[in-house]
Write a protein that binds this ligand. Structure first.
Ligand SMILES: NC(=O)c1ccc[n+]([C@@H]2O[C@H](COP(=O)([O-])OP(=O)(O)OC[C@H]3O[C@@H](n4cnc5c(N)ncnc54)[C@H](OP(=O)(O)O)[C@@H]3O)[C@@H](O)[C@H]2O)c1
Length: 308
C-alpha cells in the first residue's frame, strides 16, 4: 500500500479510514480502479453481477494488494429492481467518500431486459442514474461532508458523432444508429456514454453546495477488457486494431484518470466537469444544453419510476 510518514513518525496510507464504492469491478478497468484505491488504503465495496466473478476478482486484488479491505455486493445492474435494492442496501450500510460508476456493456441493440428496457440503456445509463440519485439523497440527509461521485465516460472526441436522440432512448430507429448493422451496438453504447455526461451535468446542478461532487472521467482507449467481447464485423475490426496496437494501454493505465478524479486533493469542490488524461475538457455541444440534460433527466425518471 502507498504509505506516507506522519509528523509523529508513524506510517499512514493516503486513503486509510475512507470507503469507496465501485460499480462494475469484476474485470478490466473497474478491477484496476479497485486495486488502485485499495493500494491507497481505502476499503472498497465492489459491485458485480455474480458471486463467482466477484470472488475471483477479489482474490486477484488481494494477491496484488495484501490486506485489501473488500466487501462484495451482488447486483445485476441491467435490472432497475436490482439497482434500487442495491442502492437502498448501500445507503443503509455504507458511508462512502468515493462512488465510481464504471460498469458498461455494448449489447445487441434488440436485447431487452425482462423489465422491457434496452440492455445497453439499462446497464450504462439507468443503473448509475438510479444508484447515484438514491445515494445522493441519502447522503444529503446527514451532515455535510465531502463525497466524490465519478462516472466513467468515454472519449468526447469519439462521442461527438453520437448525439442522444431524446425521443428514442432505446435506439429503436436502427438505421439512425448507423447504416452498418455491425456498428449499431457500438453506436447505441456511444449514445449511453453521452447520457452519462449529461447525467453528470444535471446531477451536479442539483448537488451544488451539498458537499457531494460529481464529475466524468474518460479512461482512455484500453485493451484487454471485456467491452468488445460480443463485437462483430466492423466493430470487431476496430477492437482488433486496439488489441494489436504495440502502444496499447492496459486496464491499470485506464484506471489512472478515474482514480485521480476520485481522489486528487486538487479537485476538492470541483463539480460537474469532465476529465481526459487529468485535464478538464469540454464535451460535445449536444451534451451541454441544460434543456436537453433536463429532458433526459425527466425521461429517465419516468423509465425507472422515480420522481423527476
Ligand atoms: N475499454 C475501453 O477502451 C474504454 C474506452 C472508453 C470508455 N470505457 C469505459 O470504461 C468502463 C469499463 O469498461 P471496460 O473496458 O473495463 O469493460 P469490461 O471489462 O467489460 O468491464 C465492465 C464491467 O462492468 C460489469 N458489468 C457489465 N454489465 C453488468 C451488469 N448487468 N451487472 C453488473 N455488472 C456488470 C462487468 O461485469 P462482468 O465481469 O460480469 O461482465 C465488468 O466488471 C466502461 O464504463 C466503459 O464505457 C472503456
Amino acid at each position: 500500500m502507498t504509505q506516507t510518514k506522519t509528523e509523529q513518525g508513524n506510517y499512514k496510507s493516503e486513503g486509510q479510514g475512507k470507503q469507496a464504492i465501485v460499480i462494475g469491478g469484476t474485470r478490466g478497468i473497474g478491477e484496476a480502479i479497485i486495486r488502485q484505491l485499495a493500494a491507497k488504503g481505502m476499503s472498497v465495496v465492489m459491485v458485480g453481477r455474480s458471486d463467482t466473478t466477484l470472488r475471483q476478482a477479489a482474490d486477484r486484488i488481494r494477491s496484488a494488494v495484501p490486506g485489501a479491505e473488500l466487501r462484495l455486493e451482488r447486483a445485476d445492474l441491467s435490472l432497475v429492481r436490482d439497482v434500487r435494492n442495491l442502492a437502498e442496501r448501500l445507503a443503509d450500510s455504507t458511508s462512502p467518500s468515493v462512488v465510481i460508476n464504471n460498469a458498461a456493456v455494448t449489447a445487441d441493440i434488440r436485447a431487452h431486459t425482462d423489465e422491457g428496457i434496452q440492455l445497453t440503456l439499462a446497464t450504462n445509463h439507468l443503473a448509475p442514474y438510479v444508484l447515484m440519485r438514491t445515494l445522493a439523497e441519502s447522503i444529503k440527509k446527514g451532515p455535510v461532508r465531502p463525497v466524490r461521485f465519478v462516472v466513467v465516460g468515454a472519449s468526447p472526441t469519439v462521442l461527438k458523432a453520437f448525439p442522444v436522440d431524446l425521443d428514442d432512448l432505446h435506439g429503436q430507429a436502427e438505421r439512425a444508429l448507423s447504416r452498418f448493422p455491425s456498428l449499431r451496438p457500438f453506436a447505441a453504447y456511444a449514445r449511453t456514454k453521452n447520457m452519462n455526461t449529461m447525467f453528470v451535468y444535471s446531477l451536479a446542478r442539483r448537488l451544488a453546495n451539498s458537499g457531494i461532487t460529481v464529475n466524468g472521467a474518460h479512461p482512455g482507449i484500453i485493451a484487454q477488457t471485456g467491452l468488445a467481447r460480443n463485437a462483430r464485423g466492423l466493430e470487431k475490426a476496430l477492437a482488433t486494431m486496439v488489441a494489436l496496437n504495440p502502444f496499447k494501454k492496459m486496464p491499470d493505465q485506464g484506471a489512472v484518470n478515474p482514480v485521480w478524479v476520485a481522489t486528487d486533493p486538487s479537485l476538492d469542490g470541483v463539480n460537474g466537469r469532465f476529465f481526459v488524461d487529468r485535464k478538464d475538457v469540454t464535451t460535445p455541444d449536444h451534451t451541454l444544453s441544460p434543456e436537453r440534460c433536463e429532458t433526459l433527466w425527466e425521461r429517465s425518471a419516468k423509465l425507472v419510476g422515480m420522481e423527476p
